[in-house]
Design a protein around this ligand. Structure first.
Ligand code: SF4
Length: 355
């Protein structure tokens, strides 16, 4: 489906968190499951995506992460000890196992072995960029958290290192929320590894978020409780339709190679049902394409999910207007009754006939 010469784009925690935020969207589920590069696809459709990190932000983020993890992760472990486990013995020298192996499967196995070896030693261990696997709608996603720390009591903590600043101890709530949803995906994947051990170690539901302090290059850390995000993400990922089931509904030979003519690509993309909502603008590369289609169809979801929920069975703007003007709709339907009342009030306020 990606096209014969196109390398698969692996699913990462950010994509999984976005997928879980819109589990009803079969389009995203299939494209992500098939490893389609949605940024290239959006470009080819003539609706380039608006997000993605700039090169400058990437370089700055990498240099901050290297600083946080310098000296065998001494500063990082100090922050984990201070914020999450102050009763434990301070981390002097911690184990930093070598996690290199061939391919994602090899790295996943190496990570599981390192976690097993570090657990129960009664000391601190830092796993730098471990690899975890999570089964999502029938395909395996390989995930790479910034770090996982093993505590002396054998419990495990996910560490997320971000380049947005923490000002006076707090950071942008939307960015913290996105980081928490991403960390929740790592927690779920770590729980799968823990379940293989006997006794299963505790995967802590408070993760450590590390950010630059007040625009400096010094690290500041905060413990973030991801229980809610973990529960929501788990439920949503379980609800995803299996990729094969979606693929079976498509015409034979459907392909999303970005070098195909735009009309052919558009037809292929439109063959998969989507559930656009304004939230897509901050989470999906295809948002501009789907928004234009959704608006073109007059779908009320393009105005927001909460409005869509309040309108019940009225799914298009035309249906809503017809119901408000008394041309259609069951007057006993609470949504229709509310629309007619609103229309009458508006007319009264404007001193004219309902419009
Ligand atoms: S932008 Fe389109 S493909 Fe992406 S999640 Fe929204 S509706 Fe689905």
């Amino acid at each position: 489906m990606r096209g014969p010469a196109v390398q698969p784009k692996p699913l990462d925690a950010r994509a999984l968190a976005a997928l879980a935020a819109n589990p009803g969207c079969r389009r995203r589920a299939l494209l992500d499951g098939a490893g389609v590069d949605k940024t290239a696809l959006a470009d080819a459709l003539g609706a380039p995506s608006a997000f993605g990190q700039s090169q400058f932000a990437l370089v700055r983020g990498n240099s901050f992460e290297a600083r946080v993890k310098a000296d065998g992760g001494a500063e990082l472990l100090r922050l984990v000890h201070e914020r999450l486990d102050p009763a434990a013995a301070p981390p002097g020298s911690a184990a930093v196992p070598d996690l290199s192996a061939v391919g994602p499967e090899g790295r996943t196995a190496r990570t599981a072995l390192a976690l097993r070896e570090a657990t129960g030693t009664g000391t601190w261990a830092l796993l730098d960029h471990p690899m975890l696997a999570l089964d999502v709608a029938g395909s395996v996603a390989f995930l790479e958290p910034d770090a996982v720390v093993v505590h002396p009591d054998g419990s495990w903590t996910v560490v997320e290192i971000k380049s947005f600043p923490m000002l006076d101890g707090s950071a942008d709530a939307a960015k913290v929320g996105a980081a928490a949803r991403q960390a929740a995906v790592y927690v779920l994947a770590l729980e799968r590894v823990a379940a293989q051990l006997d006794p299963a170690p505790e995967v802590r539901h408070r993760v450590l978020l590390v950010c630059p302090k007040d625009f400096s290059n010094l690290p500041a850390a905060s413990a973030v409780d991801v229980r809610k995000q973990r529960a929501v993400t788990r439920r949503q990922l379980e609800r995803l339709t299996r990729i094969e089931e979606i693929a079976d509904t498509l015409p034979e030979g459907t392909c999303f190679a970005p070098d195909l003519p735009p009309e052919e690509l558009t037809a292929a993309v439109e063959a998969i049902p989507a559930t656009y909502a304004p939230e897509c603008l901050a989470a999906c590369e295809l948002a501009f394409h789907c928004r234009a289609r959704s608006r073109g169809e007059g779908a009320v979801t393009s105005l927001g999910r909460s409005l869509r929920a309040e309108l019940g069975g009225l799914t298009t703007v035309d249906e809503v207007l017809a119901a408000a003007h008394g041309r259609a709709g069951d007057p006993d339907d609470p949504a229709v009754a509310a629309l007619r009342r609103a229309s009458a009030l508006r007319a009264e306020a404007l001193g004219g006939a309902p419009c």
